[in-house]
Design a protein around this ligand. Structure first.
Ligand code: GDP
Ligand code: MN
Length: 434
């Protein structure tokens, strides 16, 4: 029999692990960004333009960058009711809050003047939603669209699914809301259709999905037609995900895509030049754009250990092992391959510009990367930037011996680590000491 103390300790460990897991998953999904050279993001209005160009039903809309433009757009639409929507890349806008005090990133009104007043409290302010950082994201544009009555909200998404090695259509008659919650509470209300990418979507599949979503009578054919058009769009534009929530119906018997989120396959940039030219970088942190100037990839997190790595896999492993040793990463800077000494210097400059950073962990595996170049870059950066935080370095691979000598002979207070675990332990300990 285990003692009560042992059981309590075990339970405590389990609780801690459970508390950590969502955080790790969140970090992993952010670190996923590290794998791509760039990450294409389109606003809702841009996605809807693509959809309407492919025969998908969306509301008539204009885009405005000032309250005056929004007012004019509302008048120009000349409709019974208007929906005004803040354009940020995150979802959950409907339930979001602005730092102007305005509640809700999606508003319905019949009065164009009200559109102007609301837009004034949206544009230039930060909108915080469940999917944004706490301080929110600045709204630069609003969508002014013809509002339609919604009699039913369903969920529809088409995505590339690894387990099936192809596209899958996912739908639920319970839309509008957070789909993860539906998946957790009512998994039987999530429906899937796996598509054979060579055969394409079959009529029977589109019909079955429409039926599962609860579209009845003539609406069923209309929904199936929209689903097929969305699938063709998905293929044509090299999307990895097209998400429509709500995919709704109106009392007048129309099936309409009320919201749109599209993700793209970055490897297809060469044949999707027009789409990639629309890339909206305005929501990147300035530091991300600065990093990109030097061919570095930066991801900000909220801990205090800066991580300097090469490759997304190593970034995630570094992240996990820091967490496992009780620490938290402050950020990631991915060097990629073909590194030059000057880049290492810039990387350090960026990492140390973040006031949260209390230690730096360098974890580089030299394959194409030459460790000696990294070591020279590190010592140069340490001297010129007068580094004030502890620095732990783990280098492995090409020219590692020469690199170790460079670090050792520099006379700088650099802590060497023999492996990943050792590096994480030393970095966490250096922060704990403070
Ligand atoms: P999200 O909160 O960022 O996902 O933004 P959505 O575009 O999905 O809008 C949030 C909610 O506002 C939707 O789930 C709808 O309930 C509602 N909504 C959006 N557009 C309209 C519209 O034209 N008419 C009506 N009646 N409701 C709308
Ligand atoms: Mn939505």
């Amino acid at each position: 029999m285990a003692s009560p103390v042992a059981i309590a300790a075990q339970a405590g460990k389990l609780l801690r692990e459970q508390a950590l897991r969502p955080r790790l998953l969140a970090v992993r999904s952010q670190a996923g960004h590290l794998t791509s050279r760039r990450w294409l993001n389109l606003q809702e209005y841009q996605s809807k333009k693509l959809m309407s160009d492919h025969g998908v039903k969306v509301q008539r809309f204009f885009v405005a960058s000032t309250a005056k433009e929004a007012l004019e757009a509302a008048k120009r639409l000349n409709v019974k009711e208007i929906v005004l929507k803040a354009q940020i890349l995150a979802g959950g806008r409907g339930k979001g809050v602005f730092n102007s005090g305005l509640k809700g990133g999606v508003h319905l009104t019949k009065d164009p003047d009200v559109v102007g007043q609301l837009a004034r409290q949206m544009i230039g302010y930060n909108l915080t939603t469940k999917q944004t950082p706490k301080e929110g994201v600045k709204v630069n544009k609003v969508m002014v669209a013809e509002a339609l009555d919604i009699s039913r909200e369903t969920y529809l998404a088409i995505l590339m699914d690894r387990s099936h090695n192809g596209p899958v259509i996912v739908g639920s008659p319970q839309g509008g809301v957070d789909i993860e919650e539906v998946a957790a509470s009512n998994p039987e209300l999530i429906f899937k259709e796996q598509i054979d990418i060579f055969e394409g979507i079959k009529d029977s599949q589109a019909q079955r999905m429409a039926e599962n979503l609860g579209f009845l009578g003539p609406l069923k054919n209309q929904a199936a037609d929209q689903i097929k058009k969305l699938y063709h769009l998905f293929l044509k534009i090299d999307a990895t995900q097209v998400e429509v929530n709500p995919f709704g119906e109106t009392p007048e018997g129309q099936v309409v895509c009320f919201d749109a989120k599209i993700n793209f396959d970055d490897n297809a940039e060469f044949r999707q030049k027009d789409i990639f030219a629309m890339d909206d970088k305005s929501e990147n942190e300035p530091i991300e754009n600065e990093a990109a100037r030097y061919d570095l990839k930066y991801i900000g997190l909220d801990g205090n250990i800066a991580c300097f790595v090469n490759g997304a896999g190593l970034a995630m492993a570094t992240c996990d092992i820091i967490f496992l040793n009780g620490g938290k990463p402050a950020n990631f800077l991915d060097l990629g391959g073909g590194v030059k000494e000057a880049q290492v210097y810039q990387a350090f400059k960026l990492l140390t510009s973040d006031p949260k950073v209390e230690a730096i962990l360098v974890n580089i595996f030299g394959g194409i990367v030459n460790c000696a170049i990294i070591a020279n870059g590190i010592t140069k950066a340490c001297r010129e930037l007068e580094l004030k935080v502890p620095l732990v370095v783990r280098l492995e691979g090409t020219n590692v011996q020469e690199a170790q000598n460079i670090l050792k002979n520099s006379g700088l207070p650099i802590t060497s680590a023999v492996d990943l675990e050792d590096a994480a332990k030393k970095a966490v300990a250096s922060v704990a000491k403070k």
